[in-house]
Design a protein around this ligand. Structure first.
Ligand code: DGL
Length: 274
């Protein structure tokens, strides 16, 4: 990989703003890397899209990005995409690709009452990948699955300044509130959900919430130190970039807020349908 003129960038990708929760953790750990945060708002939400569509779409978006930018490592900061797209992406691109999948294993290690909740998109809940994770790591626990299509949008709205409707949230989570053993450990299996953790904690005051952000930051750090000479890659004073697949009023309002995330330059990336 040519890292002489410009160090390769770290790409963090999601359907929307959810991946920012993962980007945040990576950026905290390695603030001097060059980042591209890309989101496919044209096709948001991914949670209601078919498997085949998502595989094609995510491959097309990542391919379009690689035509304009030199990528050193990509993080698919979306459980819905990672649980289905990683094999095809890894066979197509030569840079390391890190996926984000529900943190079932750590949850099974900390639960006291052996009741775990997995909160995710409907698609993630239905994936064989998720079933396999549960069978492998949480056999001795009851894993309560709740697939919700509304939560990612609630999180997007919160970032835009629209307050969370607590009654709506309580109604959506009602299935768990009436369980004989309410989960004491809740896996946030969608990268959007850390943005509404505060509200979720009000509804489940006793629960511990687990997301994958920190573990992903460690993984990225390890991979980068294995792959690259850290001194060559780790220095950058180039603006970090935000890409979205369409520009609209939502993006117009969002972009100034992203400066707080050290994402300073915006571009639209057009995706040709496959
Ligand atoms: N942030 C994505 C995830 O982690 C999903 C949101 C969506 O439905 O697009 O699954």
């Amino acid at each position: 990989m040519n890292i002489r003129r410009q160090p390769p960038s770290i790409l963090v990708f999601d359907s929307g703003i959810g991946g920012l929760s993962v980007y945040n953790e990576i950026h905290k750990k390695m603030p001097n890397l060059h980042y591209i945060y890309a989101f496919d708002n044209e096709m948001f939400p991914y949670g209601d899209k078919s498997t085949e569509f998502l595989i094609n779409r995510v491959n097309s978006v990542i391919e379009a990005i690689t035509k304009s930018y030199s990528i050193g490592l990509a993080v698919i900061a979306c459980n819905t995409a990672s649980t289905i797209c990683l094999p095809s992406l890894r066979s197509k691109f030569s840079f390391p690709i890190v996926g984000v999948v529900p943190a079932i294993k750590p949850a099974s290690q900390i639960t006291q009452n052996k009741s775990i909740g997995l909160l995710a998109t409907k698609a993630t809940i239905q994936r064989t990948y998720t079933t396999n994770l549960i069978n492998e790591f949480a056999k001795n626990c009851t894993v309560n699955l709740l697939g919700l299509s509304e939560l990612a949008l609630i999180a997007e709205n919160k970032l835009q300044g629209i307050p969370v409707d607590m009654q709506q949230l309580r109604d959506l989570l009602q299935p768990w509130l009436s369980l004989p053993t309410v989960p004491d450990t809740i896996v946030l299996g969608c990268t959007h959900y850390p943005f509404i953790k505060e509200e979720l904690q009000i509804i489940f005051p006793q629960a511990t919430f687990i997301d994958s952000g920190n573990a992903i930051a460690f993984r990225v750090h390890n991979l980068l130190t294995e792959q690259f000479d850290a001194n060559k890659i780790i220095r950058s004073n180039i603006d970090n970039i935000v890409l979205s697949t369409i520009y609209n009023q939502y993006v117009e309002k969002l972009v100034p807020k992203l400066v707080n995330y050290n994402l300073n330059k915006y571009q639209t990336i057009k995706i040709v349908s496959v």
